[in-house]
Design a protein around this ligand. Structure first.
Ligand code: BES
Ligand code: MN
Ligand code: ZN
Length: 485
C-alpha cells in the first residue's frame, strides 16, 4: 500500500522529490502553477511562450532543479481546456505524471493538480506508478514510497486511496501469469479479500458445481488439470430487505482456445481472460472498504480452457444449469459457456439488476477499437445508468444494439442454441444474445472488455498489460445505487 497523505505545504515549499503541476491551454496560469511560476521568476510562463512546455492534453514536461522552489524536479502536465467534471482527465493526467516520475525510485511525490474529481486523480496517481514488470529484478516502473496531495478533503483522500489500490490489485491479478493465477488461487484471493474487506465468500468446488448441474462451465474446464470453481461474494451494506445488485465476471484464467486451438499470436496474452473476474473482485474490495450503503453480490466463474484427452469437443451438446441445451461449435467461444451458468446462479441470488464483465470477443475490439468497452443490454433504463456511471468515472464505454434479428444467429439444428453465431459478423452482439438466454427478465447489462482491459502497448498514463478498466465505473454505479436508498 502506498500511503496518500494530505499536505498543507505550498508547491514552492513542500519537501518532496518532485512536484506535479497542471497547465491549461490558452488560459492564464492559476493556483499552485502560478505560485511556482512567480517563485521561479516566470520560468513556466517563459517556457510556455517559447513552446517548450505544451498545454496539450496529457503532454508532459519535466524541469530539473528550478531555482526558487524546494523540490528538485517539477513535472508539468498539459490539461488542454478542461471542464470541471472531466473524470478521464483527472485520472489520466495524474497517472501520466506519475508514470513519468516512476521511471526511477522516488520517496515522495507531491501533486498540485486541480482538475476533475480529486478521488479519481489520486487513483490515477496510484496507478501511474505501478507497472506490469512484476517479475523483473530491475523495474521499469517503481512505485513511490508515498504520495502527497494538496488541497484535498479527508473524504476524497480516503476514496481515492481505496479506489486506487483496488485498481492496482485488479491489474496485478490480471498481470500475474496463469501459472500463478488459476481457478483455486483466484478463489483463495477472494477468500482473503472477504476477510480483510468485510464480505461473505462462498466457494463452489468441482463437486458442488456437478451437484448444481453447471454443465456449461464444467465442459469448458474438462480439458484442464486445474479444478474449476465458482465464487460468490456477498456484501451487505444496505437493508436486508433490499435485493442485491449482481456483478458477474468471466474468470478464464487461461484461454488456449481448447480444441479450437488459438495460434500462438492470439494465445500469448490469454492470461488476461480473467479480467472480468478481477474487475468484479477489485470493485467488491473498494465497495466494501468504502462501506457503500447497498447490497452487492459478486459472482465469478473460474476455469482454465485447455487441451487434453478430456477436453470438450466440437459437436458436444451441453445442458446448462438453467436447463437450456447448447451445441458447441467452437471451444474457443468458452466465456459465454462459463457465464451462462454463473448468470443463472446470480438469478438464484435474487439480484434486482445484473452487470457482467468479460473479455468475451475479439469482435468487440474490431467494432469499437482497443480502448472502448462494448455495452449490451436487455433493459435500456438499466443500461443508461451503467453508461452514466462510466461517463462520470471517466471511462469509455459504448452501446451496441441487441436487435431481435440477432436471435436467429444462435439457433441450433440439434439443440436449443449454439455457442457461436452464423459467420463472423456482429460477433460481440451474438455473444451477448447468447448470454441473454440466461438472465431471464432481470435487468441486465453486459460489458465486453476484451479491448480496454489489457493493452498491448503502454500509453502515456498506463503501462502495457492490465489497465484496471471498469473498476471505477462499477464503484461509481454502486455509489449511485446506494445514494438513492
Ligand atoms: N477470450 C477470447 C476473446 C478475447 C480476444 C479477449 C482478444 C481478449 C482479446 C474469447 O474467449 C474468444 O476466444 N472469443 C472468440 C469467439 C469466437 C470463437 C466466436 C473470438 O473472439 O475470436
Ligand atoms: Mn476463447
Ligand atoms: Zn476467452
Amino acid at each position: 500500500m502506498i500511503p496518500v497523505i494530505a499536505t498543507t505545504n505550498s508547491a514552492t515549499n513542500v519537501e518532496a522529490d518532485a512536484i506535479v503541476l497542471g497547465v491549461e491551454q490558452d488560459r492564464p496560469l492559476r493556483g499552485s502553477t502560478a505560485a511556482v511560476d512567480a517563485a521561479t521568476n516566470g520560468l513556466i510562463s517563459r517556457l510556455i511562450a517559447q513552446g517548450e512546455i505544451s498545454a496539450k492534453r496529457l503532454s508532459l514536461t519535466s524541469l530539473l532543479a528550478p531555482a526558487g522552489i524546494k523540490a528538485a524536479q517539477v513535472v508539468i502536465v498539459g490539461l488542454g481546456q478542461p471542464s470541471g467534471d472531466d473524470g478521464a482527465l483527472a485520472y489520466k493526467s495524474a497517472a501520466a505524471a506519475a508514470k513519468l516520475l516512476a521511471a526511477k525510485p522516488r520517496k515522495s511525490v507531491a501533486f498540485f493538480l486541480d482538475v476533475g474529481p480529486k478521488s479519481l486523480a489520486i487513483a490515477g496517481a496510484l496507478n501511474g506508478c505501478v507497472g506490469q514488470d512484476l517479475y523483473r529484478a530491475e523495474k521499469k516502473i517503481t512505485p513511490f514510497e508515498q504520495i502527497l496531495w494538496a488541497d484535498v478533503d479527508e473524504r476524497s483522500l480516503r476514496e481515492g486511496s481505496i479506489l486506487g489500490h483496488a485498481i492496482q490489485d485488479t491489474r496485478r491479478w490480471i498481470n500475474e501469469p496463469a501459472n500463478q493465477i488459476f481457478p483455486e488461487s483466484l478463489a483463495a484471493e477472494c477468500v482473503r479479500l472477504g476477510k480483510t474487506c468485510g464480505f461473505e465468500v462462498e466457494v463452489w468446488d468441482e463437486k458442488r458445481l456437478k451437484q448444481e448441474r453447471c454443465g456449461a462451465l464444467l465442459a469448458v474446464s474438462a480439458g484442464s488439470d486445474q479444478p474449476p470453481c465458482l465464487v460468490i461474494m456477498r456484501y451487505r451494506g444496505g437493508p436486508n430487505s433490499r435485493a442485491p445488485l449482481g456483478l458477474v465476471g468471466k474468470g478464464v484464467t487461461f484461454d488456449s482456445g481448447g480444441l479450437s486451438l488459438k495460434t500462438s499470436e492470439s494465445m500469448v496474452d490469454m492470461k488476461c481472460d480473467m479480467a472480468g473476474a478481477a474487475t468484479v473482485m477489485g470493485a467488491m474490495q473498494a465497495i466494501a472498504l468504502l462501506k457503500l450503503p447497498t447490497n452487492v453480490v459478486g459472482l465469478i466463474g473460474c476455469v482454465e480452457n485447455m487441451v487434453s484427452g478430456r477436453s470438450f469437443k466440437l459437436g458436444d451438446v451441453l445442458t446448462a444449469r438453467n436447463g437450456r441445451t447448447i451445441e458447441v461449435l467452437n471451444t474457443d467461444a468458452e466465456g459465454r459457456l462459463v457465464l451462462a451458468d454463473v448468470l443463472d446462479v446470480a438469478r438464484q441470488e435474487k439480484c434486482s439488476h445484473l452487470v457482467d464483465l468479460a473479455t468475451l470477443t475479439g469482435a468487440c475490439v474490431v467494432a469499437l477499437g482497443r480502448y472502448v468497452a462494448g455495452v449490451m443490454t436487455n433493459n435500456q433504463a438499466w443500461c443508461d445508468r451503467v453508461l452514466a456511471a462510466a461517463r462520470q468515472a471517466g471511462e469509455d464505454a459504448w452501446q451496441l444494439p441487441m436487435f431481435a434479428d440477432f436471435d436467429d444467429h444462435i439457433k441450433s439444428d440439434v439443440a436449443d442454441i449454439k455457442n457461436i453465431g452464423d459467420g463472423r459478423w456482429g460477433g460481440a452482439i451474438t455473444a451477448a444474445k447468447f448470454l441473454e438466454q440466461f438472465v431471464g427478465d432481470t435487468p441486465w447489462t453486459h460489458i465486453d472488455i476484451a479491448g480496454p482491459s489489457f493493452l498491448e502497448r503502454p500509453l502515456a498514463w498506463v503501462d502495457a498489460g492490465a489497465s484496471g478498466a471498469l473498476v471505477r465505473t462499477l464503484v461509481r454505479l454502486v455509489a449511485e445505487l446506494g445514494a438513492e436508498s
